[in-house]
Design a protein around this ligand. Structure first.
Ligand code: PLP
Length: 295
């Protein structure tokens, strides 16, 4: 993958190319020491007829919603589209064989300027689909359940928790991933304190029960995933009904298939939870991956 980085000045509505390996962010930027910003990661699928940014509009709509939740300036879609398209053109020129890659774009509150004002700062860069994603797509993953530490549906009573916003504050999610790793699992599965299944630290969960696809309700306290919604939009074509539901760990263990879904993973089978084997639906796993990756 290239070392390209685009720096975005949302106030001026401009952007410039630079180099990912050079220092760019002042330590006084509030994203650096407060995680005070938002981001998205989109999958770009390269085909014979050009590049497809998977769920481009869903991502941008969520980016705007996250900005609004954090009182950040409303992002200009035209500007961010130009940023994404410019990066795609550069990656395609640098490596015409590229099949797929991700683009991570972020908006930080930036640095304090003057009397309590801030000057927001944005950036975007390509990320590779790395080996552990390829092996998870092929072999599935194991997970351990972890208490998220709050009751389900707390978000409406506590908007300051920013549940449902995709912020740059991922230290808890990272810690959960490490904790799962120390217990020999590939992934964590967050459960609310009162026992409702939520999501993984960087993925949503979908299960199949008979002819139904079920996923936790975003209002229960999780990020509303673009991949989950893309899959739900295709459910009917797959002969399935898609529904939001309050799931408990037993529901996941007894499912006819379970998947962690996210932009970069696409859909990976969850084949074991807390040491219990879960049915793997190989055919549907492949169909979901094809649908998401546009292949
Ligand atoms: N939940 C969390 C906490 C995430 O960080 C992510 C993606 O990174 C997801 C769910 C899946 O979202 P998407 O499908 O939009 O990538």
């Amino acid at each position: 993958m290239t070392d390209l980085l685009i720096l975005v000045d949302p106030t001026a509505g401009t952007f410039e190319f630079t180099d990912l390996s050079a220092a760019q962010l002042p330590v006084t930027d509030l994203s650096a020491h407060r995680g005070d910003g938002i981001f998205e990661t989109v999958l770009v699928s390269m085909g014979a007829h050009g590049a497809t940014v998977v769920s481009r509009q869903r991502h941008f709509t969520r980016f705007r919603a996250s900005a609004s939740a954090l009182d950040l300036p409303d992002p200009d879609q035209g500007l961010w589209d130009r940023v994404i398209d410019s990066l795609i053109a550069e990656v395609a020129a640098a490596d015409p064989e590229t099949v797929e890659f991700g683009i991570r774009y972020a908006l930080s509150r930036g640095e304090q300027s003057g009397h309590g004002g801030f000057r927001a700062r944005g950036w975007a860069f390509p990320v590779p689909v790395d080996d552990h994603i390829h092996s998870a797509r092929e072999q599935g993953v194991t997970a351990v359940s972890l208490d998220r530490g709050f009751d389900a549906y707390i978000g409406s009573k506590a908007p300051w928790l920013l549940i449902g916003a995709k912020t740059l504050s991922y230290a808890v999610n990272q810690a959960a991933g490490r904790y799962a790793g120390q217990r020999g699992a590939d992934e964590a599965l967050f459960v609310s304190h009162d026992g409702i299944v939520l999501e993984g630290p960087t993925a949503n969960l979908i299960i199949r029960r008979g002819d139904r696809l079920l996923t936790p309700n975003p209002d229960a306290g999780l990020l509303s995933g673009t991949t989950q919604r893309l899959i739900f939009d295709h459910a009917e074509n797959l002969g399935l009904r898609a529904e939001y539901a309050d799931l408990r760990l037993e529901d996941v263990k007894m499912a006819d298939g379970a998947w962690f879904v996210s932009s970069m993973r696409s859909a990976v089978a969850l084949r074991e939870l807390d040491g219990n084997a879960i049915s793997v639906d190989q055919r549907l796993t492949e169909r979901l991956q094809e649908i998401i990756r546009g292949r």
